[in-house]
Design a protein around this ligand. Structure first.
Ligand SMILES: NC(=O)c1ccc[n+]([C@@H]2O[C@H](COP(=O)([O-])OP(=O)(O)OC[C@H]3O[C@@H](n4cnc5c(N)ncnc54)[C@H](O)[C@@H]3O)[C@@H](O)[C@H]2O)c1
Ligand SMILES: O=C(O)C[C@H](O)C(=O)O
Length: 306
């Protein structure tokens, strides 16, 4: 299993590190435009192999896509991150050109590759990769819901004063500060509704804190987060590589599901060796349906600026 990660910055390197630590891929190729940067990150990570006990071979390349030939999975993290006070949508001007050219270069060397899009604004960048490459929907996956759901479970565990491993919960819709839809109604602690443990007000606060999870970290760090994003990407890569059939919310091209078409948005999908093998349609209540539609409207406006 060969995995390429384009962008050897904070998220790309974290993602490569988690993939290696999980020890399921034979090879990870890091690519960056900064001369020597990907090679340096790859060497540093390889010097962890004997310490951390992994066998994945990590190499780096400065813009030479021939090194990525025959990749099964490619992750696009190239592009600029936001700074405090910015929205993800403000990154579109620079990141759209980068994501378009990177996806074309990847496909030339790896015609069967499955592409995972991370660069922001992620739902629109996922849509752009569809329009650029024309690949079938199962082979283009936007990463946002996996991360937002992990942040939701973190906030739920904090509110219920329990370990995050006790908690299940999902965030769907857009990967944006206003457009995320944390499904508080369906959140559980070992099968028991979260509403049995905390008040409705507290649950609403959990949802609000989750939605601004990325902005909160950007304010604290001065740039956006990388550990949980890297871990979330590695979970998706592993689900595909190991044909796990896991259900994870991902941004995918909708064609009628959830009442939307010709738009990439976060919904639960089953991930296996073919990428997105199924979109799972869950029954939303009227309030959730309205929020999903509002979120889609905002994503459409951003897509229109491409
Ligand atoms: N979808 C998500 O949940 C999520 C989570 C975190 C970050 N992000 C996004 O991921 C992107 C990367 O974030 P980061 O913190 O790693 O940024 P970063 O600046 O640390 O790294 C980005 C890297 O991309 C490289 N790059 C730029 N243009 C390139 C090109 N044409 N080809 C190859 N490499 C190129 C840069 O040299 C840099 O090393 C940002 O757009 C950020 O908003 C998304
Ligand atoms: O918040 C950001 O800009 C980066 C990323 O989308 C995140 O949610 O951490």
């Amino acid at each position: 299993m060969k995995v390429t990660v384009v962008g050897a910055g904070a998220v790309g390197a974290s993602c490569a590190e988690y993939i290696a630590m999980k020890n399921f891929a034979s090879e990870v190729v890091l690519v960056d435009i900064k001369e020597g940067y990907a090679e340096g990150k790859a060497m540093d990570l390889m010097q962890c192999a004997s310490l951390n006990g992994f066998d994945t071979k990590i190499t780096g390349s400065t813009s030479d896509y021939s090194k990525t030939a025959g990749s099964d999975i490619a992750v696009i993290t190239s592009g600029i991150p936001r700074k405090p006070g910015m929205t993800r949508e403000e990154l579109i001007g620079i990141n759209a050109g980068i994501v378009k050219s990177v996806s074309e270069s990847l496909l030339k060397e790896s015609p069967n590759v499955i592409i995972i899009v991370v660069s922001n604004p992620m739902d629109t960048m996922t849509y752009l990769v569809h329009k650029t490459t024309g690949l079938p929907m199962n082979r283009i996956i936007g990463m946002g819901g996996a991360l937002d759901s992990a942040r939701f479970r973190y906030r739920l565990s904090e509110a219920m004063d329990c370990p995050a491993s006790d908690v299940k919960g999902m965030v769907i819709a857009a990967h944006s500060d206003k457009g995320m839809l944390p499904l508080t109604r369906l959140a559980v602690r070992n099968g028991v509704p979260a509403s049995k443990f905390i008040s409705e007000d507290r649950l609403n606060q959990v949802a609000e804190d989750t939605k601004v999870g990325g902005a909160t970290l950007t304010g604290l760090l001065g740039t956006s987060a990388w550990y949980a994003p890297g871990a979330a990407v590695s979970t998706i890569v592993q689900a595909i590589a190991c044909d796990q059939k896991k259900m994870i919310p991902c941004s995918t091209m909708l064609s009628g599901q959830y009442g939307e078409s010709d738009i990439c948005m976060g919904v639960p999908v089953i991930l296996g060796r073919n990428g997105i093998e199924k979109i799972v349609e869950i029954d939303l209540n009227e309030a959730e349906k309205a929020k999903f539609a509002e979120s889609a409207e905002a994503v459409r406006k951003v897509n229109a600026t491409l």
